[in-house]
Design a binder for this molecule. Structure first.
Ligand code: PLP
Length: 457
């Protein structure tokens, strides 16, 4: 921390030298910035002296809450013992071995191997190369196309952004790369209810988009289907109940791999260890990051099924892929300490049986507000869909995103971080949030809706 630097001077230096991710710099004034300098539990403090509730667990990642000295100590101890060594070629080290064993214990029974990366984006880059390599090694090199979904988020690298289905991202840098195919998403509130289908019918229709795409592309050309169990950055899109069972039926009848992107859904967010487990899906590969270390240090990875691992273990086979920081010892130490906390404190079960249901009931009460068309939540992540007319849920605001941003700014001013996606507000707090904190959060969200409602009149 720079000593004796005023909050304003920090913001000026930030404006001069810092290019922020996903930020429209042209409209970002010096004083629009918020300098976060301290965090503990679900709370953040900024350099202007404000205390703010972190309703997003950072970027959906601080699952065990901020300020856990146990993780800090584990990292410090690891760094003084072995701060860096790589895992290329024939070398390995104790923390990466311990973490791999731990992850194999948490993962579904058919997944016992881990490939490490530095982030969720790198995990998905790894996956794209891995699935194509797998099919080539199996003598089916034409199986290259990966089917994904519109409005999915799988990261910001070239492969991650191509796998993702965000039009704005595709418009920059010549994306998507070839052999990625995007099908419609199972977004009932945003797209389904306008079709005239019931929610269940729409779920089946959206699932069968996968089958139709496989038919069109040819099963002999399709490597895999990638999906987040619940789309996070796309707007916490909880699919209709019919969606995942139908996708599962289709996958079982087709010879393609299923990749579950667990970067947000993993490590307790849904009240299960993995979002695919919540929906009883059986992935061949899982991308993990975020809650793996609760964001204390950057780390991602890929959990690999025994069937795929067996092909990679054949004599003479080498996957020409890896990162300098694959299995970084300090990140492994952070992940081990973090997973130890999640297990010891029973955070996954807590979300499933206690704090999840508690929060969901209170969150859903916000649906009564005239600005809210739908309040949904699974586990500990949810969304409020804002609408101009509570009596006509098909109607949308003219200037998409404006009301969402205004309401998000009210929330910040009221001391609560929520995220705006189009005209919806997203919540995804640390899994350690208490009942009192949930009550505070929901009361602040209600005040925020009142403020936004008032400012729109
Ligand atoms: N996949 C999903 C589902 C994500 O939500 C994200 C990030 O938000 C990523 C991948 C990319 O992860 P990272 O930002 O660590 O590269």
């Amino acid at each position: 921390m720079r000593v004796n630097t005023s909050s304003h001077d920090l913001k000026i230096a930030d404006q001069k030298h810092h290019l922020h991710p996903f930020t429209e710099h042209g409209s970002l004034g010096v004083d629009d910035r918020r300098v976060i300098s301290k965090a503990d539990g679900v709370w953040l403090w900024d350099t202007d002296g404000n205390r703010i509730m972190d309703g997003m667990a950072g970027l959906w990642c601080v699952n065990v809450g901020h300020g856990r000295q146990e993780i800090v100590e584990a990292v410090r101890a690891q760094m003084s013992e072995l701060s860096y060594y790589n895992t290329f070629f024939k070398t390995t080290h104790p923390p990466v071995i311990e973490l791999s064993e731990m992850l194999a214990g948490i993962a579904p029974d058919n997944m016992n191997m881990v490939f490490y990366a530095g982030s969720g984006s790198e995990a998905n880059d790894t996956i794209l190369r891995l699935v194509r390599t797998y099919w080539a090694l199996k003598g089916q090199p034409s199986k290259k196309t990966v089917i994904s979904r519109k409005n999915a988020y799988h990261g910001s690298t070239v492969a991650g952004a191509s796998l993702g289905g965000m039009g704005a991202m595709h418009s920059q840098g010549g994306l998507p790369i070839p052999d990625i195919h995007h099908i419609d998403q199972p977004y009932w509130f945003g797209e389904g209810m306008m079709t005239g289908m019931s929610e269940d019918e729409f779920g089946l229709w959206a699932a069968r988009e996968l089958d139709r795409a496989i038919e069109k592309i040819g099963e002999e050309n399709v490597a895999a289907f990638i999906a987040e169990p619940i789309q996070g950055a796309g707007g916490v899109i909880v699919p209709p109940a019919t969606y995942w069972p139908e996708v599962r039926r289709i996958l079982e009848s087709r010879d393609i791999l299923f990749i579950s992107d667990e970067v947000i859904c993993g490590f307790g967010r849904t009240g299960e260890w993995f979002g695919s487990g919540y929906y009883d899906m059986k992935p061949d590969l899982m991308a993990i990051a975020k809650g793996l270390t609760s964001g204390y240090l950057p780390m991602g990875g890929v959990l690999v099924s025994d069937e795929i691992a067996e092909v990679l273990h054949r004599e003479g086979v080498e996957f020409y892929h890896g990162y300098t920081y694959s299995g970084h010892p300090a990140c492994c130490a952070a992940a081990i300490a973090n997973l130890t906390i999640i297990k010891r404190e029973g955070l996954v079960e807590r979300v499933r049986d206690h704090i999840g249901p508690y929060f969901q009931t209170r969150w859903k009460s916000l649906q009564e507000h005239p600005l809210v068309g739908e309040a949904r939540m699974v586990g500990l992540f949810g969304s409020l869909e804002l609408v101009p007319d509570e009596n006509d849920l098909m109607k949308r605001f003219d200037n998409v995103g404006k009301v969402g941003t205004i309401t998000r700014d009210h929330s910040f001013a009221n001391g609560l971080v929520m995220r705006a996606v189009r005209d919806s507000l997203i919540i995804s707090p640390p899994l350690t949030i208490t009942e009192d904190e949930v009550d505070h959060l929901v009361a602040t969200a209600r005040k925020t809706l009142d403020d936004a409602w008032g400012s729109l009149r």
